[in-house]
Write a protein that binds this ligand. Structure first.
Ligand SMILES: *Cc1c(COP(=O)(O)O)cnc(C)c1O
Length: 547
């Protein structure tokens, strides 16, 4: 009797043998059945359970990955990368010296390698000149080829970055019911295309490969999946070697896919795609480059012109890119971090506008009396917002940021029902600490700031961001309050600021109106801070080399 689908297209040997039983996982039972050690390995944090074999397909991992890819655990096989899924697929379905696979070159090299190891024949239907799939030719070949077991379609394709845009996949699934249509979606996260995962429910001969190596930054951990009809998955699981997912691997994957980690991945992906745009635009200015191909993945395919000089520049700067010149005449460059990309651009002879990261300081300070959140940006003063609950103090702090030319977002919930003291003092302490954090190593800053006495101002302020706290205040206020703000708190604000910022602040104020005198003090400090905080170059403004 003919075996049922998909046994009828699988290798006979695979169908005939009983799967090796790899018992794993520990339960509350007494496990004396696998010759494991009863001892946990000597203290490695989190090593509990390392003495037991893991489960063949760890259930928690299957659950998480099914949710990630929008499928169910019975349709998923998890292994050591998408590479292992490719290998197991061929070992399950391709008979040595009998069966064939179809690829569309240039494409990911491992399909061919696996086929060669397995003894399967390779039929190549190359991509067109613009790296699109030759739909007509592929359909014709698929229809006429004998013993064609797997068609590999990589979309977005490595190394071209192109995606399948028509209904080639659906047509193939219908045209060749006894051929598996294997869609490699290693770069799906970077692309605008729809995943084929949900279509595995419509087409029993469709199989999709995904990896955690690229978008989820886990190349060193080795994790990837095949998603298909449960009958295909069950056959492939007979071939998958025992215990492919080590316990630390499972832990690392689950941690990297936690809810908090997912928001990091999303933010990074935005930056990554923006960098792809930047590299696509900027590389076209390179004297070494003939053409940059648009890409839906995290790399760009480039046609290079003057490769001798380019190779010298790349090696001088220790930049490695993938060289396919001997086979396809191309090179492929991965999109790195903004800093890495800038170095690569320089190697390509493209001048890069140096953008140093903004100096940002963030402090959260919570005591019994106040709860303060403050963020300063020394290089972007667009946003200035304060809410301390004391109108006049808000006005003074905003004035400090405005004239000091730094961004400030400060909110404070304080015990104002007692008095303004704690709020005023703690905000000043938190602000000083945030400014200090933002200053970092202080490279390039002016350090000192002076406002010389001028006719129309009554405050003379000198500042040194020396790292050492000191404050002197000379001045007598004619009244003791401005609104709810006690005048005596004015020197105290600067004392607190000096303390956490690590600065010497000297103020000398003369006048007849308390409001004006306090305001002049804040503005004077701000004007003195402005050049002290401003950054130009990378020099440390000290003969000692540190501030
Ligand atoms: C990187 C890559 C893979 C391999 O993924 P792993 O999960 O790391 O094995 C598979 N297919 C393509 C097209 C790739 O570029």
């Amino acid at each position: 009797m003919m075996p049922a689908w998909p046994e009828n297209i699988a290798r006979k040997a695979i169908v005939d043998f009983a799967a090796y039983s790899a018992r794993g996982g520990s339960t509350s039972a007494l496990h004396l059945d696998a010759n494991e050690s009863p001892y946990a390995p000597p203290p490695v944090r989190g090593a509990e359970g390392y003495n037991r074999y893991p489960e063949q397909q760890p259930p928690a991992l299957l659950q998480r990955l099914s949710a990630l890819y929008g499928t169910t655990p019975d349709r998923l096989m998890v292994g050591r990368g998408a590479d292992e899924a490719i290998e197991v697929l061929l070992r399950t379905f391709c008979e040595d010296r009998q069966d064939n696979i179809l690829i569309c070159s240039p494409t990911f090299g491992y399909y061919k390698t696996c086929a060669q190891i397995q003894g399967a024949g390779i039929i190549d239907v190359p991509l067109t000149e613009t790296y699109q799939w030759d739909t007509t030719k592929i359909l014709e070949t698929a229809k006429s080829a004998k013993n064609l077991k797997v068609i590999f379609l990589c979309t977005p394709n490595n190394p071209t970055g192109t995606i399948i845009q028509d209904d080639l996949v659906e047509q193939l699934c219908q045209l060749c019911p006894n051929t598996l249509i294997a869609i490699d979606e290693a770069y799906e996260e970077f692309s605008s295309a729809q995943s084929y995962i949900s279509k595995t429910q419509t087409f029993q001969n469709l199989i999709v490969m995904r990896t955690l190596s690229k978008a989820y930054a886990l190349a060193g951990v080795r994790g990837g999946v095949a998603i298909a009809d449960p009958r295909i998955i069950r056959l492939m699981l007979k071939v998958l070697p025992p215990y492919p997912i080590a316990r630390p691997v499972e832990d690392a994957i689950l941690a990297a896919l936690s809810p908090a980690a997912m928001s990091t991945h999303a933010a990074r992906l935005d930056e990554w795609l923006a960098e792809r745009e930047r590299m696509f635009t900027e590389l076209q200015k390179s004297p070494f480059i003939e053409k940059v191909w648009p890409s839906e993945a995290n790399f760009l395919l480039i046609d290079v012109r003057d490769d001798q000089n380019l190779m010298r520049e790349l090696s001088r700067r220790q930049v490695k890119i993938r060289d396919y010149r001997s086979t396809t005449g191309h090179m492929r460059i991965s999109i790195g971090s903004p800093e890495e990309n800038s170095i690569a651009l320089q190697a390509f002879g493209v001048s890069v506008e140096e953008k140093r990261p903004d100096r940002i300081g963030e402090i959260h300070r919570k005591t019994k009396e106040t709860d303060i959140s403050v963020r300063v940006n020394l290089d972007d003063a667009t946003t200035i917002k304060t809410d301390t609950g004391i109108g006049f103090y808000d006005h003074m702090l905003e004035s400090l940021a405005k004239h000091g030319n730094f961004g400030l977002i400060l909110t404070c919930k304080g015990d104002l029902e007692i008095d303004a003291h704690h709020t005023v003092e703690d905000c000043a302490l938190a602000l000083g600490a945030a400014l200090k954090e933002a200053l970092g190593d202080k490279a390039g800053i002016g350090r000192f700031g002076f406002v010389m006495p001028m006719d129309e101002t009554q405050a003379r302020v000198a500042i040194d961001l020396s790292g050492r706290a000191a404050m002197t205040f000379k001045g007598d206020f004619p009244t003791d309050h401005v609104g709810e703000f006690p005048a005596e708190m004015c020197p105290h604000v600067f004392e607190s600021l000096a303390q956490t910022l690590g600065a010497a602040i000297q103020i000398d104020v003369e006048g007849e109106n308390t409001h004006h005198m306090i305001e002049a003090s804040f503005k004077g400090v701000a004007r003195a801070l402005r050049p002290a905080l401003a950054r130009s170059g990378t020099d440390i403004a000290s003969t000692k080399g540190v501030i």
